[in-house]
Design a protein around this ligand. Structure first.
Ligand code: S3P
Length: 455
């Protein structure tokens, strides 16, 4: 289903209710990876020649990236063959957009684009929706200022903001104060057009799609270990990106929703094809397997520098509560809302720590998850950066209206929970789902989920 069709059918403009569904069955194709889709369009716009993208996520966040790249001079079109084609301008040659860049809900688009603009001689204004304008941009402003860009932002480094980039950016060495692939990527992208070699040091490995995909476009990106075991990622400015073919795998973060739905509905068996299996994205799958989930990985192979596999999920026994190792957090940073739903149905206690970053995602995810689960009758405790959930081996009561706070993952997580609870679960606003998973409702219905606009 296309985004336009979903909007026409009014799937995503109102509240939705999900009801006890019984076993889920079937096979499905999950939309393209969001992180890789943003990067494919951005790198295509920075490349020389044509980039052809298959499997691009056709969700609102990625459309916002496409619109921004077009506003900076890239020619981006979708052909009748379903392939997206991007004719780039070459690094350093992007054009100054004439209007404000409206980034909607997308933190990834905003932070990565700030990196690109920082090393181009132009002034660009960015804004976003009610969620995005609350999110911290100081984490990219600080290193990009060191590289020579100047900013004018709202208090606390919030959007709307204006950035003035430079054609004389300085290479820096920067140790990431937070585990963030967005900050790492913003600095690397500014480094592409800086004088000298820019190095980002990360102590906690985060998703490395920028590094992998830049190499795929012909750029030399090196990774070395520092004395204290961190990764030092380096890029030397002045390298050209060469247009190429990018095949975007299905998004493991989106796949997580039907996976957990199957696991909490006994007797389910589903198959999901071509899921991205980058080890820096698969922490949820390791966690679910430790909780006793039966997940197998078939047809494992490498495509476009990234591992993929077909996932087969069988719900044969209830999940068990576990303690999630804190070092695993970056590899499942977007999956805590859906893990919390699995934990609420599991037998025993699930402990999750080191979750401070969840407070600054599309919503305060710790709070939204805790509030929603409590309303559904789940016993839990929450701290500044941790959450402990007590399950009793069967789904909770449900029967609540959940506030989603413009957060797609909160919306989808509670609709998944509602497929197993005794009483229906409703969400107040389904519109954010289209940012990352435009065919979520249709796909879930196809495998047997009872999700509808009627309460
Ligand atoms: C992303 C990185 C993560 C993640 C986000 C996508 C990316 O954010 O939460 O959904 O594509 O680089 P942080 O880098 O802020 O952790």
């Amino acid at each position: 289903m296309t985004l336009e069709f979903a909007q026409e059918k009014n799937f995503y403009t109102s509240s939705l209710t999900s009801k006890k569904s019984g076993p889920l069955n079937g096979s499905a194709r999950i939309p393209g990876d969001k992180s890789m889709s943003h990067r494919a369009l951005m790198f295509g716009a920075l490349a020389e020649g044509e980039t052809m993208i298959s499997g691009l996520l056709e969700g609102e966040d990625v459309y916002n990236t496409a619109t921004a790249m077009r506003a900076m001079g890239a020619n981006i079109t979708k052909g009748d063959d379903g392939l997206w084609r991007c004719f780039g301008q070459g690094v350093g040659n992007l054009e100054e957009p004439s209007g404000v860049l409206e980034m909607g809900n997308s933190g990834t688009s905003t932070r990565l684009l700030l990196g690109i603009v920082a090393a181009h001689p132009m002034t660009v204004c960015f804004t976003g929706d009610k969620s995005l304008i609350k999110r911290p941009m100081g984490r990219v402003i600080t290193p990009l200022e060191q590289m020579g860009a100047t900013f004018l932002s709202r208090a606390g480094g919030r959007l709307p903001l204006a950035i003035r980039g430079t054609d004389n950016a300085k290479a820096i060495t920067y140790k990431l104060p937070v585990a963030s692939a967005q900050v790492k990527s913003a600095i690397i992208l500014a480094g592409l057009n800086a004088r000298g070699t820019t190095t980002v040091i990360e102590s906690h490995p985060t998703r490395d799609h920028s590094e992998n995909m830049l190499r795929h476009f012909g750029v030399n990106v090196t990774v070395e270990k520092t004395e204290d075991g961190a990764d030092a990622i380096s890029i030397t400015g002045g390298q050209a990106l060469l247009g190429c073919a990018v095949d975007v795998p299905s998004d493991p973060s989106s796949a997580a929703f039907p996976v957990v739905a199957a696991l909490i509905n006994p007797g389910s068996e589903i198959k999901l094809h071509r899921i991205g299996m980058n080890p820096r994205r698969t922490g949820l799958y390791d966690t679910l397997i430790e909780m006793g989930a039966e997940i197998t990985f078939e047809n494992q192979k490498i495509e476009a520098s990234e591992p993929i596999a077909t996932l087969v999920i069988k719900s044969t026994k209830p999940l068990k509560g576990i303690t999630v190792p804190p070092e695993r957090v970056p590899s499942m940073i977007d999956e805590f809302p859906i893990l919390a739903m699995a934990a609420a149905c599991a037998e025993g206690t699930t402990k999750m720590t080191d979750l401070a970053e969840l407070r600054v995602k599309e919503s305060d995810r710790l709070l939204m998850v805790a509030n929603g689960l409590k309303a559904c009758g789940v016993e839990l405790e929450m701290g500044e950066d941790w959450l402990t959930i007590h399950g009793n081996g069967k789904p909770p009561k449900g029967g609540a209206m959940i506030e989603t706070a413009l957060d797609h993952r909160i919306a989808m997580s509670f609709l998944v929970l509602g497929t197993a609870t005794q009483e229906p679960v409703s969400i107040d606003d389904s519109s954010p789902i289209k940012t990352s998973f435009p065919n979520f409702i249709e796909l879930m219905r196809e495998i047997g989920a009872d999700i509808d606009s009627r309460a």
